[in-house]
Design a protein around this ligand. Structure first.
Ligand code: TMP
Length: 303
C-alpha cells in the first residue's frame, strides 16, 4: 500500500473524523482496541506527554506556542531581557539537535543533558518564587489542545489514572491544570522535573533524576515503582506522545496487555522520512491535530 492509502485506512471501531491521520497496521490497532474494550475502564491507564501532546503546538496563525520550559523564555524576556535571551539562545541551539534526523539518540543525549542542566541552573540561580512562576504560567502561551479539559475530566470521572510523563517542568503543568480546571483531578499522577522551593518559596533545586526527552523510560521511572505497583491491575495502556522520546513511557507498567500508541506529528509534511518513522513506532499518527478528539474517542469506545 502507498503512504496515501495507509493514511486513509482506519479500523472499524473508530471513526477518526476529518483530521489527517495514518494507521500503518489497522489489523493490529483493531486487535489492541478489542482487548481494551473487553478490559474496560478498570483495566486502563493513560500515559501522556504534556508539551505539544496535551498542549497545542501552534495557534491558528501557525505561530509556535509555548512548552513548559518556554514559559521562562517569554516571561523572563519581558522582565529581564538579558536572562530571557539566554533561555531563547539555548532553545535555538538545542531544539534542532533534539529533532535532527542525522543524529542517533545516543549522540543527542549529551546535548539534551547540557540543555536541561543549563536551563535548570538559570532558573535556580535566579531564585524565582513560586508566586512569580504561577504568574508566568497565567501569562504564558501554553494552550490546551481542543477537548483536553474534557478529556482529563472524563478520565477522572471514569477512574482511569492519567500519568502525565513530561520532560518539561511538572510544577508548571500543575499550576496550568489548577488555573484551567480549578484543581488537579484526583486521577492525575506526574512524572516530571519538579522545581523544589526553600522555606521562602524560592526555587532552590530540581528533583532528581533529571528527565530529558530521551530518558522517558524505566531508567527514570525506577522511583515510580510503588505507583506502578499500585495500578498493577491496569494492563491496558493508551500512550499519547509527540516525539520519538515518548514511545517507551509505558516501560514501568507491570503487565502483558497492549499499549495503543497515539503520536501527534507536528513536523513538516514534506519530511516523508520523519512521517514514515512516526508510522513505524506509533499505532496511530495524527498529523497537525490541534484536538484530543481521537484520544477521547478511544476512551469513549473503551468505557
Ligand atoms: P517532552 O515534550 O518530551 O516532555 O519534552 C519537553 C520539551 O521541552 C522538549 O521538546 C524540549 C523543550 N525544552 C524547552 O523548550 N526549553 C528548555 O529550556 C528545555 C530544557 C526543554
Amino acid at each position: 500500500t502507498t503512504q496515501e492509502d495507509r493514511c486513509r485506512a482506519s479500523p472499524d471501531e473508530l471513526a477518526f473524523g476529518t483530521g489527517k491521520h495514518c494507521v500503518s497496521d489497522p489489523t493490529t490497532v483493531a486487535a489492541k482496541l478489542r482487548k481494551m474494550v473487553v478490559g474496560g475502564a478498570g483495566k486502563t491507564v493513560v500515559i501522556s506527554d504534556f508539551d505539544y501532546t496535551l498542549s497545542r503546538f501552534a495557534n491558528g496563525s501557525g505561530e509556535r506556542l509555548s512548552t513548559t520550559h518556554g514559559v521562562f523564555d517569554d516571561n523572563v524576556m519581558r522582565l529581564k531581557p538579558e536572562l530571557g535571551q539566554k533561555f531563547v539562545d539555548l532553545k535555538n541551539k538545542y531544539y534542532p539537535i533534539e529533532f535532527c534526523p542525522k543524529l542517533t539518540m545516543e549522540e543527542k543525549i549529551p546535548h539534551m543533558e547540557k540543555w536541561w542542566g543549563t536551563s535548570h541552573s538559570l532558573i535556580v540561580n535566579e531564585k524565582f518564587s513560586k508566586h512569580t512562576i504561577q504568574d508566568f504560567v497565567r501569562q504564558s502561551r501554553i494552550v490546551f489542545k481542543d477537548g483536553a479539559e474534557d478529556f482529563i475530566q472524563s478520565l477522572d470521572a471514569h477512574n482511569i489514572p492519567l500519568v502525565i510523563f513530561s520532560a518539561g517542568i511538572g510544577n508548571i503543568i500543575e499550576y496550568f491544570l489548577e488555573q484551567k480546571l480549578g484543581a488537579i483531578p484526583r486521577n492525575t499522577h506526574f512524572i516530571s522535573n519538579m522545581i523544589l522551593f526553600d522555606e521562602d518559596e524560592k526555587a532552590c533545586a530540581f528533583s532528581e533524576p533529571l528527565i530529558h526527552t530521551f530518558c522517558k523510560n524505566s531508567s527514570v521511572i525506577q522511583k515510580e515503582a510503588p505507583f506502578f505497583h499500585e495500578i498493577n491491575g491496569r494492563v491496558n495502556v493508551i500512550l499519547l506522545g509527540d516525539s520519538m522520546g515518548d514511545i517507551h513511557m509505558d516501560v514501568g507498567v507491570e503487565r502483558d496487555g497492549p499499549t495503543l500508541k497515539v503520536g501527534y506529528y507536528n513536523g513538516s509534511l514534506d519530511d516523508t522520512a520523519a512521517l514514515q518513522h512516526y508510522e513505524e513506532v506509533y499505532d496511530i499518527v495524527l498529523i497537525h491535530d490541534p484536538t484530543l478528539n481521537v484520544a477521547q474517542k478511544i476512551v469513549d469506545v473503551i468505557n
